[in-house]
Every structure is written in structure tokens, then in C-alpha cells.
Ligand binder design. Structure first.
Ligand SMILES: [Zn+2]
Ligand SMILES: [Zn+2]
Length: 187
């Protein structure tokens, strides 16, 4: 491919960066050159040199589907409710999280992106099942900030209800963090 001579950069064609093999020059964006890359997951994707400098070694940083498959392997327990319950680390709010490229990422959001599609900027990924460890894409839906607030209020009510009686059991049987007992799960 012809590379304009006035753009002084290193030709990265044929270089590999982790799972990426550079197939050729794809153009320029605001942050510099962009390269057509083949990822070990099979995807061919344009990756900017700025991303590579940031440490991206896959087609989509921490969101490469193959990377996520490996990251998620053996980390879920499937509950009778259908919840795919994360058995790895959780954050203070009770959501499953993984660390990639120095960032903490929420497991249910990653799974949503992986199985359903991109999450718009305005959207929160909410749970039908109220189980914050759950990452079953079928239990996830997109909502607005207001939906998220309503959802939190609803969960607060549920928690209060549980304290007063046997409210639990009508909801997600996978057991959220709001239940009186946490699922033991393997270490
Ligand atoms: Zn990939
Ligand atoms: Zn669920």
C-alpha cells in the first residue's frame, strides 16, 4: 500500500503486538496512524498506533472476545434461576470486576458488550434479576440514569422487605447480595 511520504512514521506492517499482527496502513485519525490488524480471536480491525502505545495488544483492548473468553473461563456458576454468577473479585457495590490494562472493568458490562453489543454513553447496564454478580446477557438490559435510580430504590425496598420477612425467594433464586445469606461459592 502507498504510504504518503509527508506522514513520517514507522511502517508497522508485519509487526506483531501481543495478539495483533499488523496487515497494513489504514489511514490517520486525530491521534496518529491507524493500522489494519488481525487479532488472535480472528477479527480484523483497525487499531490506532495511539491505542498500541496505551498497551492494547488485542483487537479491542480488554474487550477482545477471545481475551474475555479466557478471562471468564471457569469463573461463573450457573444458578437454577439462570443467573451466570461471577465467582471472581467483586467491587464495593457488589458487581463482578476484572482488572485489565490497569483499569477495573465490570464483568456484567463486559459480558453485555461481548454478547449483545456496544453500550451507548447514556446507558447503564441493569439487572432484571437483581443479582449484581450475574452476567447472563439475558438478565441484562440497558437503562437510563433514571432507570438506574429507580432500580436502586426498588432494591432498597427489597432489602428492607427481606429484613422483615420471607420476601426472598420470589425474586432471583441465584441470590443477590441483598439476600440474607450469600452463596458460598468456591474459593
Ligand atoms: Zn481480538
Ligand atoms: Zn441473573
Amino acid at each position: 500500500m502507498d504510504i504518503p511520504e509527508d506522514l513520517r512514521f514507522q511502517d508497522l506492517t508485519g509487526e506483531t503486538f501481543g495478539w495483533l499482527t499488523v496487515l497494513g496502513y489504514a489511514g490517520h485519525n486525530n491521534s496518529g496512524s491507524v493500522w489494519l490488524c488481525q487479532c488472535a480471536c480472528g477479527r480484523i480491525k483497525e487499531v490506532s498506533v495511539a491505542r498500541v502505545k496505551q498497551g492494547w495488544r488485542t483487537c479491542n483492548g480488554p474487550r477482545c472476545p477471545l481475551l474475555l473468553e479466557k478471562l471468564f473461563e471457569g469463573k461463573f456458576i450457573i444458578r437454577p434461576s439462570g443467573c451466570h454468577e461471577w465467582q471472581g473479585a467483586i467491587n464495593a457495590a457488589g458487581y463482578g470486576q476484572v482488572k485489565r490494562d490497569g483499569k477495573m472493568l465490570m464483568v456484567h458490562r463486559l459480558m453485555y458488550e461481548m454478547r449483545v453489543g456496544p453500550i451507548p454513553d447514556w446507558a447503564f447496564v441493569l439487572h432484571y434479576c437483581d443479582n449484581r454478580r450475574c452476567a447472563n446477557p439475558e438478565h441484562l438490559f440497558l437503562g437510563t440514569h433514571q432507570d438506574n435510580m429507580d432500580d436502586m430504590v426498588a432494591k432498597g425496598r427489597q432489602a428492607r422487605g427481606e429484613r422483615h420477612g420471607r420476601y426472598r425467594g420470589k425474586r432471583c433464586e441465584g441470590g443477590g447480595l441483598h439476600g440474607p445469606e450469600r452463596q458460598p461459592g468456591p474459593a
